[in-house]
Write a protein that binds this ligand. Sequence first.
Ligand SMILES: C[S@@+](CC[C@H](N)C(=O)[O-])C[C@H]1O[C@@H](n2cnc3c(N)ncnc32)[C@H](O)[C@@H]1O
Length: 210
Amino acid sequence: MSDNDLNWKYADDVVTESDALSKARQQSLELGIDPISPATGAQIAVIAAATAATNIVEIGTGVGVSGMWLFAGAPGATLTSIDTELDHQLHAKANFAEAGIPTNRVRLIPGRALDVLPRMNENSYDIVLIDADAASVIEYVEHGLRLARPGGTVLVPHALWRGRVADPAKRDDLATGFRTLITEIAASGAVVSALSPAGDGLLQLTKRGV
Ligand SMILES: C[S@@+](CC[C@H](N)C(=O)[O-])C[C@H]1O[C@@H](n2cnc3c(N)ncnc32)[C@H](O)[C@@H]1O
């Protein structure tokens, strides 16, 4: 194992997930829904706590692993989460309940993100987490930056897309799309950004303006 592989494994292994989170992660994997890694979860919890987030949007509910991590950092927040699959959201609802998250703190919206996002209020959210279909990630980030309040943060897990983004030989649409996004964001004066290697990448963009 390389030093980097050891670091990644250690960063995931050192995270202790609650029983409710471990069960949700197991369920997610069994259903073939890729949850954020434990290290990514811990990192988004820190961001949620550090920003004292009260209003969060998530694109891609899955069975609720990322949502539960956001609540771990910001237990008083309200989460609006969008997913095309009602089944996934029903599992998420049960998992949130198991984690003790009050039902009135979660608004689950079934539907295609690109249909739902244009109807949401701009400059209103502390965090926008983007984890749905990777093919639309650039459009989701554009929406995310519109929805985030000044000083709010857009988070994009899987931004290194299974190691393909860092490998210039990989020229498929998804790897190229993430590469374009990362390059454009790095050059943008509108955000403060960082790309963490946690999991398979966590792109973090904080909207300037405060
Ligand atoms: C990677 S999983 C999300 C995992 C979740 N964030 C977690 O860590 O537990 C992606 C989710 O996006 C949903 N999805 C796929 N395409 C979508 C779209 N166009 N709009 C909204 N949700 C979509 C899938 O149904 C799936 O539940």
